[in-house]
Design a protein around this ligand. Structure first.
Ligand code: PRP
Ligand code: HPA
Length: 184
């Protein structure tokens, strides 16, 4: 199960981003290239474990986009991209994101109180993206059916769980300067 994902993670190169050992992988970076068979394996798995009874799929620029596109095409459910650029449309929700190597603002459009959404993203690491996102959505009265993330590293997912946010991940890894280890 998830053989292509596991194999490709074992071969992922590492680069330093400040103090952070950053793995480079087709799903999290789109480089060197993303094979459709890998995207299909992941899409099938997400569809098996997720509650897709939603109005919309929400994903985060940039590397949630291939995942959301694939899920949308398989289910017919529209998707909306949480952007790093402001549109200033009515109802736009702003939040601050901080990862292990970057920080900035994110802008959520097209959700309102009572909407039901599935959230999908490529990686959860520190939780500095999903914690503020799930908090603002909860405060806005948006119902999240599931939050599904392909690759889990670090303590972000357990911090989310401690805060009462449920997150499903497909694989848990650890990363050091030599490479990636699959944890489960
Ligand atoms: O748990 P965290 O520490 O917040 O890390 C996870 C976030 O980091 C990456 O986003 P990034 O902002 O690098 O955008 P990208 O998709 O353009 O690479 C990834 O896509 C997640 O959204
Ligand atoms: O190490 C990483 N690699 C790719 N994307 C990421 N998003 C958070 N951490 C990482």
């Amino acid at each position: 199960m998830l053989e292509k994902l596991h194999e490709s993670l074992r071969n992922a190169p590492i680069v330093r981003r400040g103090d952070y050992n950053y793995f480079i992988h087709p799903i999290s970076d789109g480089v060197p290239f993303l094979e459709p068979e890998l995207l299909e394996e992941i899409t099938d798995h997400i569809l098996e474990i997720s509650d897709m009874d939603v109005d919309r799929i929400l994903t985060i620029e940039a590397m949630g986009i291939p995942l959301a596109t694939s899920l949308s095409m398989r289910t017919g459910i529209p998707f909306s991209i949480i952007r790093k650029r402001q549109y200033a449309l009515d109802g736009e929700i702003v939040l601050s994101q901080k990862t292990g190597y970057s920080k900035g603002e994110l802008y959520v459009n097209s959700v309102k109180k009572g909407d039901r959404v599935l959230i999908v993203d490529d990686v959860v690491s520190t939780g500095g993206t999903l914690i503020p996102l799930l908090t603002v959505l909860r405060d806005a009265g948006v119902e999240v059916s599931d939050t599904v993330v392909v690759i889990e590293r670090g303590d972000g997912a357990s911090r989310l769980k401690d805060m009462g946010f449920r997150v499903k991940t497909l694989v848990r890894i650890s990363v050091n300067e030599k490479g990636v280890c699959i944890e489960d």
